[in-house]
Structure formats: structure tokens, C-alpha cells
Design a protein around this ligand. Structure first.
Ligand code: SIN
Length: 294
């Protein structure tokens, strides 16, 4: 059902998650009531899409700050100059051959910052340059409902995972990418590795706003399930991460230049579809810090 307030609308997308917001022009300083409308829609639909936005990096940062405390990426080599909350996601290269942004972001299913004690609660991604081939946009982002995936699990699996932690590991993530030949960024320094120790999070977390139970293990960052024999744990992890990939939980976003998307990292996992090779793609991303998952 479409939700309309004054000139604003939130129209559900033809998917189990996601809504398109219309009637809000981010460049014209939305009101606090507009932001409340967007936050409510985000907690209801898990992903919100604002099309046709024409904004500067500063305006994106300002927009993101209305969703919570902005995070500064430790990958500041890929930051946007003078806009500390934004990082560049891009396959473009500088003259010296180095990528201008993170070129391998999101190629495995994940939620942002799950390898931190306080993972990112929301992410704001803005499309500046979208690759096309034969008139068709490439580089879609696919979102999977973490609460839909949890709800659909068999009861015996829910019993094993409810209240059980799993390990999320940035180091394991980099190794998985390397093993798949996907790694396109500079290796971690010892200092970066030390700053990112493995963390444990509940496999099932409660959404801090709407209370929904969400499945919280990812193909990208979860390295191990705690408290089960190794083989059993590995098989369960494999089952859960494959379960999230089922299209019945998905919204697949095909980008247009000027799209501004906000997603709820507790409520969804996401995947970047790398089907564009060297055709230029550039997006700017801001992360918003969240609570310790419980
Ligand atoms: C990400 O996973 O943060 C990037 C998503 C994308 O590039 O589509």
C-alpha cells in the first residue's frame, strides 16, 4: 500500500523489500518532517530509493547525518576530499594506475561493517556514473531481506541458531576475496589488521527499532559458528549463507545516475553485481554507526 503524506510518497517496489520515495529533493534541504518520513519508510521497507537527485558530496554527507552518527572510513585513501564521511566506490583509475575508490566493494554477500563491534546501521549510496552496455545499465546492487530469510527458516534450524554467536572477520573476508580472485585493493597493513580484530555477534539479531528478528551471518565476513563441531558449524554456515541468496528475499536495484539509496544493514544483506569490467562506475558511500547487535 502506498503511504502518502503531503507531497511525499513511499511506494513499495515490486519485491519483498524496498520503497521508492518521491516528492523529496535532497538539494533543497528537506525538512525534519521529511527526514522522519524517510526514517519511518526505511524501518518499514528496509531499503529506500530516491531517484533523480542532483547533489554535491557535502549535500550527501548532510543528508546521511540525519540518519545517525556518521562513520569515517579507515580506508581514507579512498575518501572524497574534504568530505570525511564519504568514500568512493569505483573501478576508475588515477594516472598512476591506482584505483580512485574501492573497486571490489560488495562482491560477496555482506552487511556493512559487520566485522566491527558496532556494525554500520545504515548506508547511503549515491550513483554518479553508471556503466552501460548496449543501452542496458550494469552493476546492479542486490538486497536480501534478513528478516524474511530468518522467518522462512525451518524451526529446527531456528532452535540451533537462536542465542548462538558467530565470528565476523575482516581478515577472513580479505582472504575469501583473494581466493576468488576478486581482491582489487591494497593489502591490509599490520596496523590495519590489528585495528580490526575478529568479533562475535549473535546469528539472530533483533532490529533495534522494529524488533524484527534478522539473520546475521554473511558469506563475506562470517568465518565460523561458535560452539558447534567444526564440520557441523561449517555446513550450517554454508546452509545459512546460501539461504540468503534465494531470489524470493530479494530486491535488485538497477542504477540510474542520480539515484540515492539508503539501506538498513540490520534488515538486509547486499551484493554488488560485477558485470561491467572496466566500464566506468562511480558511487559515493556514507556509513552510519549502529549499536552493538543483540
Ligand atoms: C557496497 O557493497 O558497499 C557497494 C555496493 C555496490 O557497489 O553496488
Amino acid at each position: 500500500m502506498q503511504v502518502t503524506e503531503a507531497r511525499r510518497t513511499a511506494t513499495p517496489l515490486p519485491a519483498p523489500i524496498g520503497a521508492e520515495i518521491t516528492g523529496i529533493d535532497v538539494a533543497s534541504s528537506p525538512s525534519e518532517s521529511d527526514y522522519e518520513f524517510m526514517r519511518d519508510a526505511l524501518h518499514k521497507y528496509s531499503v529506500i530509493v530516491l531517484r533523480g537527485q542532483d547533489i554535491t558530496p557535502q549535500q550527501q554527507q548532510e543528508f546521511a547525518s540525519h540518519f545517525g552518527e556518521l562513520r569515517t572510513s579507515f580506508y581514507n585513501r579512498y575518501g572524497v576530499a574534504d568530505v570525511p564521511a564519504l568514500s568512493i566506490v569505483s573501478n576508475l583509475k588515477r594516472e598512476d594506475g591506482e584505483h580512485i575508490g574501492i573497486a571490489d566493494a560488495g562482491m560477496l554477500w555482506h552487511t556493512d561493517g559487520s566485522y566491527l563491534k558496532t556494525p554500520d546501521m545504515y548506508t547511503v549510496l549515491y550513483g554518479l556514473q553508471i556503466p552501460h552496455r548496449d543501452g542496458k545499465a550494469l552493476g546492479d546492487t542486490v538486497f536480501s531481506s534478513a528478516w524474511g530469510a530468518y522467518d522462512a527458516l525451518p524451526d529446527d534450524v531456528k532452535q540451533v541458531i537462536d542465542g548462538r554467536p558467530a565470528v565476523h572477520s575482516f581478515t577472513a573476508h580479505i582472504e575469501k576475496k583473494r581466493a576468488k580472485g576478486q581482491l582489487k585493493r591494497a593489502p591490509l597493513t599490520a596496523q590495519q589488521r590489528d585495528a580490526l580484530p575478529d568479533v562475535e555477534h549473535p546469528i539472530v539479531r533483533r532490529h533495534p527499532v522494529n524488533g524484527r528478528k534478522c539473520l546475521f551471518v554473511t558469506e563475506g565476513h562470517t568465518s565460523q559458528i561458535v560452539g558447534l563441531p567444526e564440520k557441523e558449524g561449517a555446513e550450517l554456515l554454508d546452509f545459512l549463507t546460501e539461504h540468503v541468496k534465494k531470489p524470493e528475499f530479494h530486491y535488485r536495484h538497477t542504477w540510474r545516475k542520480g539515484d540515492l539509496i539508503v539501506w538498513d544493514n540490520c534488515a538486509v544483506q547486499h551484493l554488488a553485481v560485477f558485470d561491467y569490467g572496466d566500464i566506468p562506475r562511480r558511487l559515493h558511500r556514507a556509513g552510519i554507526a549502529g549499536p552493538v547487535p543483540v
